[in-house]
Write a protein that binds this ligand. Structure first.
Ligand code: ZN
Length: 250
C-alpha cells in the first residue's frame, strides 16, 4: 500500500477527524506567509520596523496610520484570495460526517468560503472588525471602505479594530478551549502547512489521544518521528487525492 492509499484508508476508518492548519494552507491560495522570505512585509525594505513589530498591539496603538495602511493592503489581498484544493477537500470531509473541526492559525476566512462550518480560528479573522467603543461588528468590505486610513465607526466615532490577534495580545480563551476539546476527542488528527514550532501549535498536539496522526508539510518538523504518516507534498494535493481514493473505495 502506498502512503496516499494508507492515508485514504485512515480517512475511511476514522469518524472524528480534526484538521490543524498553519500558514502553508493559505500560501497555496497565494497568500504569502508574512514571516517567509517572500512575505509581503519583507518586500518593504524601506520601512524602519520589523513585520512582527508592525503587527503588534503597541504598534497598532502608537502608529495607527502605518498600522492600518499596511493592514488594509494585506486584508485586500485576502479578500481577493480564493479557497484551494485543501479547503474544498476539508469542507467535503465535514459534509461526509467524518471531519468534526478545522482548527486554523490563518485569519483569511477561506475555510468558510469553501463551505466548512466548524472552523476554530485561533488568531481571529479578517472577516470581523469590531468598534472598540460600542462593539458593533463590521464585515470586511465595510471595514475597507471606512479605512481613511484609520477606520472610525459611523455610529459612535470609535476606532474599528480587526478581530485578529496581534502580537502581545492573548488568544481568545473560548476558542482555545473549543480547539483543545476537539483535538482531545479526535480519533485522527491531520496537521497541514505548519512546522509546529510556533506557539500554540506544539502544545495543542499534545492533547491528541487518537491513533492516527498525519503530517503534511514541506519541511521536516520536530514531530515527524511520532507520526503515523508524513507527506512532503502540498497540503491540497494530499487531501484532494486522499479524498478521491476514499470516495472510489466506497
Ligand atoms: Zn461604534
Amino acid at each position: 500500500m502506498t502512503p496516499i492509499e494508507r492515508f485514504a484508508e485512515l480517512l475511511r476508518t476514522h469518524r472524528r477527524i480534526v484538521f490543524f492548519g498553519g500558514a502553508g494552507v493559505s500560501t497555496e491560495s497565494n497568500i504569502p506567509d508574512f514571516r517567509g522570505k517572500d512575505g509581503l512585509y519583507r518586500q518593504k525594505t524601506d520601512l524602519p520596523w520589523s513585520p512582527e513589530e508592525m503587527l503588534s498591539h503597541h504598534f497598532y496603538a502608537e502608529h495607527p496610520v502605518e498600522f492600518y495602511t499596511l493592514y488594509k493592503e494585506r486584508e485586500g489581498m485576502m479578500l481577493r484570495a480564493q479557497p484551494n484544493r485543501a479547503h474544498y477537500a476539508l469542507a467535503e470531509l465535514e459534509r461526509m460526517g467524518r471531519l468534526s473541526a478545522v482548527v486554523t492559525q490563518n485569519i483569511d476566512g477561506l475555510h468558510q468560503k469553501a463551505g466548512s462550518r466548524n472552523v476554530l480560528e485561533l488568531h481571529g479573522s479578517v472577516l470581523r472588525n469590531i468598534c472598540q467603543k460600542c462593539g458593533r461588528e463590521y464585515g470586511m468590505e465595510d471595514f475597507l471602505a471606512l479605512c481613511a486610513p484609520v477606520p472610525h465607526c459611523p455610529k459612535c466615532g470609535g476606532v474599528i479594530k480587526p478581530d485578529v490577534v496581534l502580537y502581545e495580545e492573548s488568544l481568545d480563551g473560548f476558542t482555545i478551549q473549543c480547539a483543545l476539546d476537539e483535538i482531545s476527542h479526535a480519533d485522527m488528527l491531520i496537521i497541514g502547512g505548519t512546522s509546529l514550532v510556533v506557539y500554540p501549535a506544539a502544545g495543542f498536539i499534545n492533547e491528541f489521544r487518537g491513533d492516527a496522526l498525519v503530517l503534511i508539510n514541506r519541511d521536516p518538523t520536530p514531530r515527524d518521528a511520532s507520526c503515523t504518516l508524513v507527506f512532503r507534498e502540498s497540503v491540497g494535493e494530499v487531501l484532494e487525492e486522499g479524498l478521491r481514493l476514499l470516495k472510489a473505495a466506497r
